[in-house]
Design a protein around this ligand. Structure first.
Ligand code: S3P
Length: 176
């Protein structure tokens, strides 16, 4: 069955929003970025939410934003890097959806996010960031089909996803 929604997961700087935009354009679907949704609802940028209300409050807003998207179709959803690691979001990531893990090395994260002040967790020490990146990989891999992004253009990553969707679709047809 062809999915009617695609969810992109992955670490900060993996390109979820950029790839999502390319993918949505190719499909003629809408792109929803959950960080942007949280920001619009809170009327404040993510960094400020973390600073003023703490990470826990952000995670609650993030969970609400995800829940509000459960019925949406013909949509590519670029999720925040921490969303799949939250138990409360389990429902969002289960069911008949196509989930892709945009893999990214820490070195590329550093390159892509240099000078970016909008992501509070990039302020972690080198060691903490390494540990966070490492601990998230099995979570992402457990939920989504992995697609490499290091050294690749967003359009090419989007193309890979479209190819994988085609393959998955024909596999499920043959399995019927
Ligand atoms: C976070 C990733 C960010 C944003 C917040 C926390 C994380 O989203 O949700 O800063 O826990 O990894 P991006 O992955 O879109 O940068």
């Amino acid at each position: 069955m062809k999915p009617d929604r695609i969810i992109l997961i992955g670490f900060m700087g993996s390109g979820k929003t950029t790839v999502g935009r390319a993918l949505a354009a190719r499909l003629g679907w809408e792109l929803v970025d959950t960080d942007e949704l949280v920001e619009a609802r809170a009327g404040a940028p993510v960094a400020r939410i973390f600073q003023d209300r703490g990470e826990r409050a952000f995670r609650e807003m993030e969970a609400e934003a995800l829940a509000s998207l459960l019925e949406r179709t013909r949509v590519v959803i670029a999720t925040g890097g921490g969303a799949p690691a939250q138990l409360q979001n389990q429902n969002f990531f289960s069911g008949a959806v196509a989930i892709f893990h945009l893999r990214v090395s820490l070195q590329t994260v550093r390159e892509r996010t240099r000078g970016n002040t909008g992501r509070p967790l990039l302020g972690l020490s080198e060691r903490e960031l390494f540990a966070l990146h490492k601990s998230r990989q099995p979570v992402y891999d457990g939920l989504g089909t992995a697609v490499e992004t290091d050294g690749r253009k967003p359009e090419d990553v989007a193309e890979d996803i479209l190819l994988l969707l085609g393959t998955q679709e024909s596999q499920s047809r043959h399995g019927d």
